[in-house]
Design a protein around this ligand. Sequence first.
Ligand SMILES: [Ca+2]
Ligand SMILES: [Ca+2]
Ligand SMILES: [Ca+2]
Length: 254
Amino acid sequence: MLLRGSLLAALAACGGSSGAAVDGPPASPDAAADALAPDASTGPVRLADVVVAAPGGGDPSKAVDGVQGGGSDVGGADVYSLGYTPDVNDSITLAWSHGALANGSGDDFAVFENAFDEAGGGVFMDLIVVEVSRDGTTWRALDHAYTSPNENVYTADPSYWSGFAGRTPVLLNAQTNPVDPFDRAAAGGDGFDLDHVSGSDAEAVAIRADGVRFIRLVSAPARVNPDTGALYVRDSLSNGADIDGVFGRYVVTP
Ligand SMILES: [Ca+2]
Ligand SMILES: [Ca+2]
Ligand SMILES: [Ca+2]
């Protein structure tokens, strides 16, 4: 199957007990995962393996069956594609069968879409607003802002899309490049730190302290940019974000 001596390949492929479309039967996923986390207090790196909600069409199992990036120049195809219609097809909600995601040191989870470098410069991006929740009902976004000088015009420069997912091509591939999902240079994708959840209200404070159970990925062009009052702009060729997978870094069992 996919092991080939690589713990990360096994992790990425196996998903977990309740994940859909599991690629291969891991002999001992817990042992493999625990080996990645010498500090048990922080919990092991795990693929988000539960689809909580995916109201659109397509096959949501592709968002929980392991990350299979296509490299810097090609978008991966093992993805669940979002649309732009709010509450119809603009989001997917994922979780971990093993428990909750704690707020540990640095980035706590990483989102892998299928952005790729454009031949003429820039990155082809389908941008994503990342939201988190403790209970699946009350949500808070991670800080994000489009900072282009003219926010009414799209730009393919990811440096203007601070805090969005879908900015960085995906090098991690469970079969061909099973690197550490939290080594950004090696894995690509976009990392997120629960310290950067938006707001200072009680819920935001609780999320920073206690972590979350749910990650919701929302097509940015289905959300209003508060700076313009209009929906976030997008590439004219973009037709919705493509979710390959999400890894948690500090997934703790209750
Ligand atoms: Ca953190
Ligand atoms: Ca895409
Ligand atoms: Ca996938």
